[in-house]
Design a protein around this ligand. Structure first.
Ligand SMILES: Nc1ncnc2c1ncn2[C@@H]1O[C@H](COP(=O)(O)OP(=O)(O)O)[C@@H](O)[C@H]1O
Ligand SMILES: [Mg+2]
Length: 437
């Protein structure tokens, strides 16, 4: 993509409304623009990050055996009456009337709808287990939407729902998602710690929140210091293995949210306990028959008996993640995207647009990189180098490839790693080889 063509409205000044660094940088880097309180448009750069994140989430859900579907954002009120949640949900629910005065709502979550879809279609224990997920916009009329997309009113969530015959099978589904979440966040370059959590209005008896440690986090969290060193991607365990040993191992290391933490009973000595702020990026629940019972979702068991489905639900805050990642990965000049979620891999900077040699060298590099499938943002603007460096640092692409008249005289270009600031001079063809490796 050429920057002269790209819609990238960056801002030099810090917007007054942004209280935390991720919100500031998302506005300044032209990723999002607010349309109403807690409701955002995703501009092209932000949208690319959102899509990358979504894709990692999707791949790991699929690997775990979950199947993607798509349910609507608008739901009829009656299914929430059936489950008994319509009145309980209160003012967070955006209630809508259609032209026939039918009561509708903008879905804050989908337990009712998915349970009814399953109820009407599956009849036998042979149809189980099932895990179904979608990545869809939700609306919750938060009292205090704030911090940009971190706590929005409209936000994108991946929500998965598991259906099993027995509590033990349902626990296996829960553990599969526990593993999928650890992997999903690690693949994004994030350390997310699963913490024992309160089940809240979703209900049930087993729940973990996946938390990124960051000073601007909304809640206080507590964990054993060994969590900071734990590497989850190295775990050699498959989704269809017996996951109990793996799950027991990871849950034996203490980690709890404020609601669940009690200093009086905490097993970790004070010297080993880390107390930090945290951002919730995912939340998983096992709640048994809480919805299947009122909604009458049953199957016929192996002996002909009627069995009420055992369920769990599993959310990831897809549109919160770009902000959470920025909170965990930035410096004073801007965002530092982890490679897997970066909107482009490399920013190609023409230090003297209009200069024949620079233009030619950049065009060649741009074409070669693209031919190798590398996502390049080419800064071909007629601007001072200082402006280009500042914008590139702000938007945080992992690599910057700089082409200037002085280097070119010696046949060289310069490659900078955004995260470390490390720079090397190298031949253009070596730069292409390094970036496409
Ligand atoms: N208002 C919001 N804005 C952005 N993301 C949200 C919001 N509410 C929830 N999320 C994300 O969706 C995930 C699942 O939501 P859930 O646990 O049901 O919500 P909550 O924690 O607000 O009760 C959360 O872990 C969080 O990452
Ligand atoms: Mg939650």
């Amino acid at each position: 993509m050429r920057l002269t063509k790209y819609f990238l409205p960056t801002l030099k000044e810090n917007p007054a409304e942004a209280q935390i660094v991720s919100h500031r940088f998302m506005l300044r880097a032209g990723m999002i623009r607010q349309q109403a309180a807690g409701i955002y448009a995703w501009l092209p750069l932000g949208h690319r990050v959102l899509r990358k994140i979504e894709q990692i989430v999707r791949e790991e859900q699929d690997a775990a055996g979950a199947q993607e579907l798509l349910m609507p954002t608008i739901q009829p009120a009656e299914i929430w009456r059936e489950s008994g949640r319509y009145d309980d949900y209160g003012k967070e629910m955006l209630r809508i009337r259609d032209r026939h005065e039918r009561e509708m709502l903008y879905g804050p979550t989908n337990e009712e709808m998915i349970t009814l879809i399953l109820r009407n279609e599956i009849k036998s224990y042979r149809d189980l287990p099932k895990q179904l997920y979608h990545i869809q916009w939700k609306f919750r009329d938060e009292v205090r939407p704030r911090f940009g997309v971190m706590r929005g009113r409209e936000f994108l969530m991946k929500d998965n729902y598991s259906f099993d015959l027995t509590p033990e099978a349902a626990r296996h589904s829960y553990r599969q998602m526990f593993l999928a979440y650890l992997r999903t966040f690690a693949r994004m370059g994030m350390k997310a710690i699963p913490m024992r959590a309160d089940t809240g209005p979703i209900g049930g008896d087993l729940s973990h929140e996946f938390i990124i440690l960051a000073d601007t986090g909304e809640s206080q969290v507590f964990c054993h210091k060994d969590w900071l060193e734990t590497d989850v991607l190295s775990q050699e365990v498959g989704y269809d293995d017996d996951l109990a040993p793996f799950f027991d191992k990871y849950t034996s290391l203490y980690a709890a949210t404020e609601e669940m933490h009690d200093p009086a009973t905490c097993p970790v000595p004070a010297t080993d306990l880390v107390t930090r702020r945290g951002i919730e990026i995912g939340h998983i629940f096992y709640f048994g028959t809480k919805y299947s019972k009122p909604l009458n979702a049953t199957v016929t068991g192996p002996d002909g008996e009627t069995v009420t489905l055992e369920m769990g639900s599993y959310g990831i805050g897809v549109s919160r993640l770009p902000a959470a990642i920025i909170e965990a990965s930035h410096d004073e000049n801007g965002i530092v995207w982890p490679d897997p979620v970066a909107p482009f891999k490399v920013g190609l900077i023409n230090l003297k647009a209009g200069d024949g040699d620079c233009d030619r060298a950049c065009e060649t590099l741009y074409a070669r990189l693209r031919a190798k499938g590398v996502d390049v943002l080419y800064d071909d603007r007629d601007q001072r180098p200082g402006v280009k460096f500042a914008d590139m640092d702000l938007i945080g692409l992992p690599w910057q490839l700089m082409v200037g008249p002085r280097g070119l005289k010696a046949g060289m270009v310069e490659l900078k790693r955004r995260a470390t600031g490390e720079r090397v001079e190298l031949l253009p063809e070596d730069a292409v080889a390094r970036l496409s490796a």
